[in-house]
Design a protein. Structure first.
Length: 169
């Protein structure tokens, strides 16, 4: 059986990797589906996120990383994926993920499995990691070393800042 762990992974955290690795114990193949999330302010391109996840998941033999463009339900149907696996950190995650699970079930019949995040990662989010990194804080406890380096590089690069932001800096 094949499952998918979808997300924007901007950037990938140890919490994401924990969910992916745990999912890999239950399924023959796990696809890490890296999608565009238009509701989030992204830091890394889709290709960069796919590359980081490929490196981060290299030690798990039954995991492969794939970009997703379009609806997750369509991707699952096209690639014979029988389950969506999502990590839950808080009760508020449950409300959103339940709605998505029910919609995906209605659209394609695919089941969603909700895994509680390990307690040690429950407070970690990509958004917080990005914010800390952009303020030159230490994110090394939360992400793989090569992600730390990519975040540092991005934080040091002034490209993409508007004149207003430079005036305020």
């Amino acid at each position: 059986m094949r499952a998918i762990c979808p997300g924007s992974f901007d950037p990938v955290t140890h919490g994401h990797l924990d969910i992916i690795e745990r999912t890999a114990r239950f399924f023959d193949e796990v696809v890490v589906g890296v999608g565009r999330n238009t509701s989030k302010n992204g830091l890394f391109s889709l290709d960069e996120r796919v590359s980081m996840l490929t490196q981060a998941c290299a030690q798990v033999p039954n995991v492969r990383v794939s970009p997703i463009d379009g609806l997750l339900a369509d991707y699952c149907r096209e690639h014979d994926i029988s389950a969506i696996v999502k990590g839950l950190r808080f009760a508020s995650d449950f409300d959103y993920e339940l709605q998505m699970a029910q919609m995906n079930k209605q659209l394609t019949g695919i089941e969603t499995i909700l895994l509680p995040t390990a307690a040690q990662w429950s407070y970690v989010s990509s958004t917080l990691v990005r914010e800390i990194a952009m303020m030159h804080g230490d994110v090394s406890p939360f992400v793989p070393g090569f992600v730390v380096a990519a975040l540092k590089s991005r934080a040091e690069r002034p490209a993409g800042r508007s004149g207003d932001e430079e005036d305020q800096a």
